[in-house]
Write a protein of this length. Structure first.
Length: 324
């Protein structure tokens, strides 16, 4: 009996805490946006839906899905402490030959970029994009895959880049607009059927605002009531660096320029001797990208990845990237 009471007591505390957390999300949009503006962990997502589905069937070649459907492009900006992120997801729903919508949407991440300050005060910049490449090492079929790349640069260089300024502006330069929204909210919006509705603009468009599951949802509707733009604001977004992004950064940090000092013919292959930072390495056909050395000669400069061995013991060239 005592054990049952203890379990019930713990369950009550959990339920109470959840209720308090939910209660902390303001229901009035102006109060929500004040909290959103002050939060260190937040995001805003814009979603635009259009009729039709266009597919990239090969690199740079697009075709319309013959039976139609709809496409939604979601662009999200996230601020989590001193980290920033931009990402794009394309959501499609194809109709079949009978004009029926698919039961489930196809969701495809197409782009992401993360800015992360490291312990040395430099930026780690990670980028995700779609590329066309062989399905596997043993297949000739070219397919579209998601790929992470990364680089590291000074704080000054990154923060002066157009790409960084664009993402940062969403949170920094938008503060004045949020402040104006908060101070003029009561005179601009009225409550109608569970939503707050703005006055119509010159084109007859209205903004509908409501909070749901911790988010503030904004829908812009035209004069006929059709949604033309959706925005979602969230107070609890976090940025996660995936294993693929971390591997891409390691790849960048381990990439060096080497000089080909000697080439030997051995059995059915060539052995290349490459010197990187005064250390000589032997490269054979087991090294990834070996085929890129086919037309090289002594004294050529080649970009390689020098990777530490197991438990950091020794180093070896694990990838050949390009001849310079």
């Amino acid at each position: 009996m005592k054990k049952l009471k203890l379990i019930l007591a713990v369950a009550f505390v959990v339920i109470l805490c959840c209720a308090l957390l939910i209660g902390c999300t303001p229901s009035k949009p102006s109060d929500y946006m004040k909290k959103w503006s002050d939060s260190e962990h937040k995001s805003v997502t814009s979603a635009v839906t259009t009729d039709g589905v266009k597919e990239e069937v090969s690199e740079g070649k697009y075709e319309d899905w013959q039976y139609g459907g709809r496409t939604t492009i979601e662009t999200t900006f996230i601020k989590s402490g001193d980290m920033l992120m931009q990402k794009t997801i394309v959501i499609t729903n194809k109709k079949d030959k009978n004009g029926k919508d698919a039961k489930t949407d196809d969701i495809k991440p197409t782009f992401a970029r993360i800015y992360q300050i490291n312990k040395e005060g430099k930026y780690n910049v990670y980028t995700y994009s779609l590329v066309w490449e062989k399905e596997s090492a043993t297949s000739e079929e070219i397919v579209q895959k998601g790929q992470w790349t990364a680089y590291q640069d000074t704080k000054e260089n990154v923060e002066n880049s157009i790409e960084y300024k664009f993402v940062n502006a969403v949170f920094e330069e938008g503060k004045e607009d949020i402040e104006k929204f908060i101070t003029t909210f009561d005179e601009t919006y009225t409550k109608e059927k569970g939503a707050y509705v703005s006055q119509a603009d010159k084109d007859g468009h209205k903004i509908y605002l409501k909070t749901k599951s911790g988010e503030l949802i904004s829908e812009e509707k035209d004069s006929e009531g059709k949604v033309v733009l959706t925005k979602r604001y969230d107070l609890n977004e976090k940025i996660t660096i995936s294993s693929g992004a971390n591997e891409a950064l390691n790849k960048f940090l381990q990439t060096k320029d080497g000089k080909i000092t000697k080439i030997e013919d051995k059995k059915d292959e060539k052995i290349y001797y490459i010197t990187v930072e005064d250390k000589e390495y032997k490269v054979n056909s087991k090294v990834t990208g070996y085929e890129k050395l086919a037309d090289s000669k002594v004294d050529d400069i080649v970009s390689v990845r020098v990777k530490p061995g197991f438990l950091g013991m020794g180093t070896s060239i694990s990838d050949i990237f390009e001849l310079k």
